[in-house]
Write a protein that binds this ligand. Structure first.
Ligand code: SF4
Length: 285
């Protein structure tokens, strides 16, 4: 892993595209993602961004934005005012192009410092999106922020399969992610959401969503078609993921599979199921 310490001049990015209806800004404490060589990295849409990749292999580089918290403080007032004019609220998605709670966060503590800055100057809405149980290391900050803004913690669990033949290991064991969700829900006051994104074949859907119900307030199901930021999932179709999905569960690369899973989830968690972009925007039914 090539790790580089960098400084940025801007940390709040105004949203467009998929996140436009969800929040006003995204925030990336790192550029690159050290989970890129794990299972979630296989279909990760970020690897299709030439601006981020710059000819490198996904999952082999990480730029640590050491001054992210200071830049957040500096940008806060003007970006908040802009967001209120455009959207009526100042909402931040952390993060859409990296994971804020990577193992390297233990050493560099960029996300920790950003969360502290947010506790001083909170947004109206904050969505913390992660693939790892390491989010638990931040439970005190999450608890504090839950009292200051509308806070959702999204933990991605894309399948109930501990391993998928032909794909690398999960970045974080499924059991530990469920445990992290349960603890955050009990201890922090934040809304906890399991994001099944992108949806992978689920072996026992009813049991899976019953487990989700035990540890989260809601679930969002997002298929790579409609969910990877391209028309018809063309970005993901260029990766090995669809072929492996079809081998495990024929038909799972079609939107009809998502609808089937949504129906099961709604039977288990009525009123608490979001679908795709509208789910990320907080619409549950
Ligand atoms: S954690 Fe997120 S950003 Fe990182 S590789 Fe996985 S899906 Fe991509």
């Amino acid at each position: 892993m090539e790790i580089e310490l960098t400084e940025v001049s801007s940390i709040l990015t105004r949203t467009s595209g998929y996140l436009r209806r969800v929040v006003s800004h995204s925030l990336q404490p790192y550029r690159g993602c050290s989970f890129g060589q794990s299972l979630c990295g296989v279909g990760c849409y970020v690897q299709h961004s030439p601006w981020i990749m710059r000819g490198r292999e996904w999952g082999t580089f990480l730029e640590v934005r050491t001054n992210a918290d200071d830049v957040y403080r500096r940008q806060y007032s003007s970006e908040r005012a802009w967001a209120h004019r455009r959207d009526g609220f100042f909402g931040i998605f952390m993060s859409s192009a990296t994971d804020p709670f990577l193992p390297q966060e233990g050493r560099h503590r960029v996300s920790r410092r950003v969360l502290a800055a947010m506790a001083e100057q909170p947004p109206d809405r904050l969505i913390l999106q992660t693939h790892t149980h390491r989010v638990l290391d931040h439970r005190e900050a999450i608890k504090e922020l839950a009292g200051k803004c509308e806070l959702r913690v999204h933990i991605s669990i894309e399948t109930d399969r501990r391993a998928i033949k032909g794909l690398p290991r999960h970045a974080s064991p499924i059991e530990r992610r469920f445990d992290a969700a349960r603890q955050l829900q009990r201890e922090t006051g934040a809304m906890v959401v399991i994001t099944v994104a992108p949806l992978l074949p689920i072996r026992e859907p009813k049991i899976f969503f019953e487990r989700v119900r035990e540890c989260a307030d809601a679930v969002i199901i997002d298929h790579f078609i409609e969910g990877d930021g391209s028309s018809n999932g063309s970005r993901t179709l260029r990766t090995p993921l669809p072929m492996v999905m079809e081998e495990i569960e024929p038909g799972s690369t079609a939107l009809a599979y998502r609808d089937e899973m949504v129906a099961v989830a709604r039977s288990v968690m009525p009123g608490c199921v979001g679908v795709g972009q509208m789910g990320f925007a907080g619409e549950f039914s």
